[in-house]
Design a protein around this ligand. Structure first.
Ligand code: NDP
Length: 297
């Protein structure tokens, strides 16, 4: 068996186009432009790249993109004041504070100060609680992207065995909640899990969100499983440069899985597309308008 490659890049382009259509409709029918504010504190090079890409894709979708770049030594109080002003700004429907924040800033305090209705990253404690209790909320972008790919690939997920490897607040835990909502039987594994290969072998769906290059091998995977690789790891390449690989050993896994996401070009492009989708969802909710189908969980 050679697995079908799940083309996250193409799916993300399709999702961005759907977002663009909804943005145009909101403007034509209601004179509303969804707005996304991104706040970057400091000069972390990876964060710079993310913020630039988010701004570009926001504008390409026809939305208002607002960027706030603050120096690394910005006092926490100034950041909180900025978040409050964005909370109060009617042009802003989504707020994202780029993580990680500098060490002197209390990340939880800042994230929890974002209006939950504008928390398009879905990290505010209220959205975390709403997701855990199966209520309407804003869902973290990367797990939302994984769910969309799974639904596209498998249709109904009801009754399937899912193993999520990784229990972070931004990927693993919200992924578990989303899979439970889809009526999967969910196991969550982590660095203390005993006999991880045996646990992974149970799964119809494997979600790898570990941060360890090529850790999950083909012989850990049940024949016919669907594999979603969230990992983004940079490793040395033969030409002296570096290359990106996932948490799954793609070459051996594709021989047993029925479908698998590649790295790059799988889950990665879905994250910003889902951020745009969340902003449109937040905008519709803020204006009491029906939510477009297919943009939320
Ligand atoms: P974290 O480092 O926050 O969490 C990693 C998780 O993996 C932890 O729960 C940890 O367990 C577990 N883990 C680590 N080593 C092992 C091991 N040897 N065996 C089993 N479990 C292990 O990472 P994130 O969740 O933030 O990210 C995971 C990966 O996804 C990274 O490669 C990251 O770059 C990528 N990522 C990709 C995104 C995208 O847009 N595609 C977005 C976000 C992340 P424990 O809790 O016990 O320490």
């Amino acid at each position: 068996m050679t697995a079908r490659i799940i083309d996250g890049k193409a799916f993300a382009a399709h999702l961005r186009a759907r977002v663009g259509t909804e943005v145009a409709r909101l403007d034509a029918e209601h004179g509303i432009t969804p707005g996304l504010a991104v706040v970057l504190v400091g000069e972390d090079p990876a964060s710079e790249v993310y913020v630039r890409n988010k701004g570009r894709q926001t504008r390409e979708a026809g939305m208002l993109s607002i960027e706030h770049r603050l120096p690394a030594d910005t006092p926490q109080e100034d950041l909180l004041v900025l978040v409050q002003s964005l909370n109060a700004d009617p042009q802003v429907h989504g707020i994202l504070v780029q993580l990680p924040l500098p060490g002197h800033i209390d990340t939880d305090l800042v994230i929890n100060s974002i209006d939950p209705a504008k928390d398009v990253d879905g990290f505010n404690i209220l959205n975390v609680g709403l997701l855990a209790t199966g209520q309407k909320c804003l869902v973290p972008c990367t797990p939302l992207g994984c769910l969309m790919l799974l639904r596209e690939e498998l249709g109904s997920l009801s009754g399937l065995e899912a193993v999520v490897v990784g229990r972070s607040n931004i990927v693993g835990k919200p992924m578990v909640q989303l899979l439970l909502r889809e009526h999967c039987t969910v196991t969550v594994a982590h660095s203390r899990t005993r006999d991880l290969p045996e646990v992974v072998r149970r799964a119809d769906i494997v979600i790898a969100a570990v941060g360890q290059p090529k850790m999950i091998k083909g012989d850990w995977i049940r024949r016919g499983a669907t594999v979603i690789d969230v990992g983004i790891n940079r490793i040395p390449a033969q030409d002296g440069k570096t290359r990106l690989v996932g948490d799954v050993d793609f070459e051996s896994a594709r021989e047993v899985a029925s479908a698998i996401t590649p790295v790059p070009g799988g889950v990665g492009p879905m994250t910003i597309a889902c951020l745009l989708a969340n902003t449109v969802t937040a905008c519709c909710r803020a204006n009491g308008l029906p939510e477009p189908r297919g943009l939320s969980a």
